[in-house]
Design a protein around this ligand. Structure first.
Ligand code: TMP
Length: 226
């Protein structure tokens, strides 16, 4: 009988942080560094990441800040997350690819929970109903002061074609302060899963810190490629 190839499941790494913390840049750099070691990588994002979830994304990121009742909003987020996880993330991990995801469930805990005032336990119950025990293998939290982040996000709006995706950016400074503290406390509660990186540093230094944390966690040698 011919030997069957054994496929090792990939790792699921998420990036989290407030507005303008540089997640997508850092995901691109980490993807390049991992690919250079021969790992197959898939980059994705939330809300979105699968065709159906991208349609739901449009409902969430555009329009007035008060457009949705908080419960409707978390149901929309979890409808999108379920589609994305089952149709895209899980098949990729099963095929041995590493998945780098720009935001995941910690965004709901931080934005709708800490920022929006929904009980974290309500969100966690919905999470286990929809996804059971699925949580990332590693979550990189890019931490940055609110003012710098919103300024960077404002500049990005002027230079990208995704104009109009400003619903959360317009939620006000107090919301974003709660959001940052919420993220830091999620990280403090789960230090085995989170790696907190100071995102006020240059892109190259942040990339080096991210590479060190990923290499340490998964026992790899990584050259940051910024
Ligand atoms: P992005 O700008 O990082 O692509 O994310 C879109 C917005 O969606 C961002 O402002 C954060 C928000 N968001 C939530 O409020 N809750 C969530 O669960 C997710 C995934 C994103």
């Amino acid at each position: 009988m011919a030997d069957e190839a054994v496929i090792t499941r990939g790792y699921f790494i998420t990036f989290e942080g407030g507005e303008g913390t540089g997640k997508s840049t850092q995901i691109g750099l980490l993807a390049d560094a991992l690919t250079a070691t021969g790992i197959e990588v898939q980059k994705t994002r939330e809300p979105g990441g699968s065709p159906g979830a991208e349609e739901i994304r449009d409902l969430l990121v555009r329009g007035e800040p008060g457009r949705w009742d908080p419960m409707t909003e978390i149901l929309l987020l979890y409808a999108a997350r379920n589609d994305h996880y089952r149709r895209r993330i899980e098949p990729a991990l099963a095929a041995g690819h590493w998945v780098l995801c720009d935001r995941f469930a910690d965004s709901t805990l931080a934005y709708q929970g800490a920022g929006g005032g929904i009980e974290l336990e309500t969100i966690r119950s919905l999470h286990s109903l929809v996804l059971g025990r699925v949580w990332p293998d590693l979550t990189v939290l890019l931490d940055l002061d609110v003012e710098t982040g919103l300024e960077r996000a404002g500049q990005r709006e002027e230079t990208t074609s995704e104009g109009g995706e400003t619903r959360y950016e317009r939620m006000g400074g107090a919301f974003h302060d709660r959001l940052r503290q919420g993220y830091l406390s999620l990280a403090a509660d789960a230090p085995e899963r989170f790696a907190v990186v100071d995102a006020s540093q240059s892109i190259a230094v942040v990339a080096g810190d991210v590479a060190d944390k990923v290499a340490g966690r998964f026992d790899l040698i990584l050259e940051p490629r910024s």
